[in-house]
Design a protein around this ligand. Structure first.
Ligand SMILES: [Fe+2]
Length: 300
């Protein structure tokens, strides 16, 4: 059984210099205000450290992070996040995709996602590829990890995402070729693919087009972040339903807006010719100050 650890939305704490005039006039000022007004107090570094330790204790074969690693998309945040990623997983054992907070405003590639390149480069991609590299495919064991980017700058007040036709066409091709290769196809993106999971101003604009690709080409599992609670929203595939699993922020303490930190341990194996998925949900239990198993189930 190949075991994946999926977590999302770590929203690392950051050391920010006083905002420049340009920053004050950008969307960053809204996020900075939200962070200062309480969001920062809800994202706990010590909880994140406990989550990383809990994942390490489960010794997964591969780690997956579905974005929102930063808060304001400051160049210093991208560099610090790169150092954080390197502190617990090698590029061989961790794959990531960006979230809306990682594209809050336009930032040159070299000052932003270039710091994360080792973890978002496909097996056949070179170090020099940039924003056009999505989707990427990384094969680990019998699993094809397909990473999509739904992150792009949006107007103030919006946290929506979009994949675009070029990425969706490439996704269809990767799903077909990975099936021909006999691999379990795990697709990861930041925004939820199903309807009604988040409000429209936070949703994936072309989620219907994504679902149409999955309905045509199939996939074994879709993973996302971005929502405030744990999600299980299956969508249509060519031969039945395709499971879609979402996790809330890995660093959020439970509060009226957030269900609180969770991550999923996902085992994938082929049983009598069919892919079987086993999920162990780990959630932060404040009373115990520890992660505990919240659910354990099998998807056939
Ligand atoms: Fe998000």
């Amino acid at each position: 059984m190949f075991r994946l650890a999926h977590f999302s939305d770590p929203h690392l704490h950051f050391a920010a210099a006083p905002p420049t005039l340009a920053e004050r006039l950008s969307k960053r000022s809204l996020s900075r205000w939200s962070w200062a007004r309480g969001r920062g107090a809800l994202q706990r570094p010590e909880l994140l450290a406990a989550a990383v330790a809990d994942i390490q204790a489960h010794a997964p074969d591969h780690w997956l992070c579905s974005g929102d690693i930063t808060n304001l998309s400051l160049p210093g945040e991208f560099a610090a996040a790169g150092r954080w990623l390197a502190s617990f997983a090698s590029p061989e054992t961790l794959s990531i995709v960006p979230g809306n907070h990682d594209a809050l405003v336009p930032v040159p590639w070299a000052e932003s996602w270039a710091h994360w390149q080792p973890w978002l480069r496909g097996d056949d991609q070179t170090a020099s590829v940039s924003a056009s590299q999505f989707p990427y495919r990384r094969v680990r064991g019998e699993v094809a990890i397909i990473g999509l980017s739904s992150a792009l700058p949006t107007p103030p007040g919006f946290a929506s995402g979009r994949l675009g036709a070029v990425q969706l066409d490439a996704l269809a091709e990767l799903l077909r070729s990975s099936q021909r290769d006999g691999l379990a196809r795990v697709v990861m993106l930041h925004h939820p693919p199903a309807d009604g999971v988040v409000r429209r101003r936070k949703a994936l604009d072309d989620r219907a087009a994504l679902r149409a690709v999955i309905a045509r080409c199939g996939a074994e599992l879709l993973l996302h972040g971005h929502s405030r609670d744990a999600r299980f929203d299956p969508i249509r595939g060519p031969d039945g339903l395709v499971p879609v699993l979402g996790v809330p922020s890995i660093s959020a303490i439970p509060n009226p807006k957030d269900e609180g930190a969770r991550w999923n341990l996902i085992g994938i194996e082929r049983v009598t010719g069919r892919w079987t998925i086993e999920v162990t949900a780990r959630r932060w239990l404040p009373a115990a100050a520890a992660f505990v198993t919240a659910a354990h189930y099998r998807i056939v």
